[in-house]
Design a protein around this ligand. Structure first.
Ligand code: PLP
Length: 395
């Protein structure tokens, strides 16, 4: 009989030479529970997925209920399925009138693909603008607008006509022209190591897009669903995009993505040609039911003020710790900068021994991530910061 660990290394595709490789048997609230009943604070939440906490009873009950009714029926868009219609109505009720139409897909990358196709189809233009150090997913379209050459180069040729600007560089906005179909941007850059927009950059970006007839696409895959405080991060900046991309926490722990736009914009995927985007499992009814339950839970139980207070508590408890150079954050989307990649790797491994799980960012290997379930309590924050502090003393 093989152990799970042996099977993991023998039968599952490895994504890196050094996976964390911890065997997890259960998860509840803000904790993973390992094989040996050891508890680990989850400071990653599946990279901003488990916002409502692991095994949230409201979500589990909605999933059971939907499984008892029906699971997959048909490719997205053909049949009327209450989990999809109710969830779409709920999402759009939280958004401005111009974002009143939801296209459900499977993942963040697929939602980005859909948004880029929509922009090309709507504007009749081909150029796409994105930002250096941006991450939008790993399929070939999403990879084409990833702002990091190292991860892209081996997979070329990718999409032509992609232009990269520097985030927060106002002068670069002039490169957005009448040829640009859309600009895809994370309102807060996640995998760059939590980089916030400054000096009204998003407002200026939006103005330039309006000037040139370019669609503005906000990738809120990481920042959406209350992660930064308000339901969507764009609310911090008073800029409404033409297309909003969601995934990760959208399914309440189940796989789900969506791009949201106006009815008028979205309608161009339904003609010339019809079936402008096709997805078998997009908007899976069980994912939609779980997503709606999680989203309702978060909007009823977790206020932006609470999230801000929790983030401030993390900040206060960590800012004076040894090796901490800077903490960048918006709500519970946080990067603690140590300024040294080797130190950070030691920190992450020692953290696992101590009982918390964190990691670094794709394009910033000198800072560690704090993006726990939003349900984390003040006592849990104090406790995990005590553990983090102990590791930082020794790293
Ligand atoms: N966009 C952002 C900002 C992300 O962080 C991610 C994933 O980390 C994606 C898109 C891609 O999402 P998925 O992994 O569901 O394809």
């Amino acid at each position: 009989m093989f152990t799970e660990k042996q099977l993991f290394y023998a039968c599952l595709a490895q994504t890196s030479p050094t996976p964390l490789g911890i065997e997890i048997c259960d998860a509840e609230g803000v904790f993973f529970i390992g094989k040996d009943a050891k508890k680990y604070y989850d400071l990653i939440a599946g990279v901003s997925v488990s916002n409502a906490g692991h095994k949230n009873p409201a979500v589990v009950s909605a999933l059971h209920k939907q499984l008892d009714a029906f699971s997959h029926l048909m490719v997205f868009g053909e049949l009327i399925q209450a989990p999809q219609t109710r969830f779409a109505a709920f999402i759009t009720s939280l958004l401005p009138q111009s974002l009143n139409n939801v296209y459900f897909v499977n993942s963040g990358a697929e939602a980005i693909e859909g948004a880029m196709k929509l922009a090309k189809r709507y504007t009749g233009r081909t150029e796409i603008v994105a930002f250096k150090n941006a991450y939008h997913g790993s399929t070939q379209g999403a990879l084409s607008i990833m702002g990091n050459e190292c991860l892209k180069q081996p997979f070329r040729p990718l999409l032509p006509d992609v232009r990269f600007l520097n985030f927060n560089a106002e002068a670069d906005l002039l490169f957005i022209t009448e040829k640009t179909a859309c600009v895809v941007v994370e309102p807060v850059q996640g995998e760059a190591g939590i980089v916030l927009p400054v000096n009204d950059f998003l407002k200026k970006l939006s103005a330039r897009c309006q000037q040139t007839g370019t669609l503005l696409v906000f990738d809120e895959v990481q920042t959406g669903i209350c992660r930064t405080g308000p339901v969507f991060a764009f609310e911090h900046y008073q800029v409404v995009p033409d297309v909003l991309v969601l995934a990760k926490a959208l399914g309440g722990g189940m796989p789900l993505g969506a791009f949201v736009a106006s009815r008028q914009l979205m309608s161009c995927l339904a003609s010339q040609p019809a079936l402008g985007h096709i997805t078998t499992f997009g908007g899976h009814p069980v994912s939609c039911a779980g997503g709606l339950a999680a989203f309702e839970y978060l909007t009823q139980e977790v206020t932006p003020k609470q999230i801000e207070a929790k983030a401030d508590l993390f900040y206060t408890l960590l800012v004076a710790c040894p090796h901490v150079k800077e903490i960048r954050y918006l709500g519970l989307l946080m990067a603690v900068e140590l300024g040294d990649a080797e130190k950070l790797q030691r920190f992450v491994s020692m953290g696992v021994q101590k009982g918390f799980i964190s990691d670094w960012f794709l394009f910033c290997d000198t800072a560690f991530r704090i993006s726990p379930p939003l349900t984390i309590s003040h006592d849990e924050i104090r406790d995990v910061c005590r553990l983090i502090g102990q590791v930082l003393e020794r790293v």
